[in-house]
Design a protein around this ligand. Structure first.
Ligand code: DLZ
Length: 208
């Protein structure tokens, strides 16, 4: 093996999953926005390539990563509550590309109303980008966010994919979003998170 070749990374899934029946939420922070946008794009592209329908991908944003656990929990609970109602209803979804391309700031008025299946989420992807500064803020937010997201998935029984980059430098974050500026562009980890969401949605229901 060449010396600069790494052994790290996600192995191929045991089988390819069809995402066409799944409803997936993406909740993302807005801190470090350039990287966030690329990661959300990567996740959405992968979900769609696995068959998840655009109308079944719901995207919401929160200010920072610290807010991700709370937002994920509310979305999951909201989805479960809607699922218990007999009649399909109108729920608020955000147009995917306009969200990633900057209209999202206009929420809630910028949200589009769309008729979607009234049922719970099969998986949630939480996306955040934490970049270390000169104080201890980074460590505390990383710790709280990580534990909070784990708690949400264990408490709710809905898979929550950990799409949070904890980078020591800007370059580390950019490279993990496929937009690296130094030499290699890097791999967009958002794609891995999309894949993980569909795999968990497909497999986890059969393990219980
Ligand atoms: C305050 C803060 C700092 C310093 N850094 C980041 C960061 O790198 N990434 C991120 O997602 N959020 C950061 N935040 C914001 C917090 O996550 C949170 O939004 C605020 O503390 C308000 O609760």
């Amino acid at each position: 093996m060449a010396e600069d070749k790494t052994i790290k990374g996600l192995g191929a899934p045991p089988k390819t999953h069809d995402g066409s029946a799944f409803r997936i939420a993406i909740v993302h922070a807005r801190w470090n926005d350039e990287v966030i946008k690329a990661l959300v794009h990567g996740a959405v592209d992968k979900l769609k390539s696995l068959g998840v329908k655009e109308e079944n991908i719901v995207i919401k944003s929160v200010p920072g990563s610290y807010e991700l656990p709370f937002a994920c929990k509310k979305l999951i609970e909201g989805g479960k509550a809607q699922a218990t109602k007999a009649e399909p209803s109108l729920i608020s979804t955000t147009n995917l590309m306009s969200l990633v391309d900057d209209e999202r700031a206009a929420t809630p008025t910028g949200d589009k109303k769309a008729a979607v299946a009234t049922r719970e989420f099969d998986a949630v992807i939480a996306i955040g980008v934490l970049i270390k500064g000169s104080t201890m803020h980074f460590e505390y937010i990383c710790d709280a966010t990580t534990h909070g997201l784990m708690r949400v998935q264990l408490d709710t029984g809905t898979p929550v994919v950990f799409g949070v980059l904890t980078a020591l430098t800007d370059d580390q974050a950019l490279e993990r979003a496929g937009i690296g500026r130094k030499g290699t562009k890097g791999h967009n980890h958002g794609e891995d998170w999309g894949l993980a969401a569909v795999e968990l949605a497909a497999e986890a229901t059969q393990w219980g």
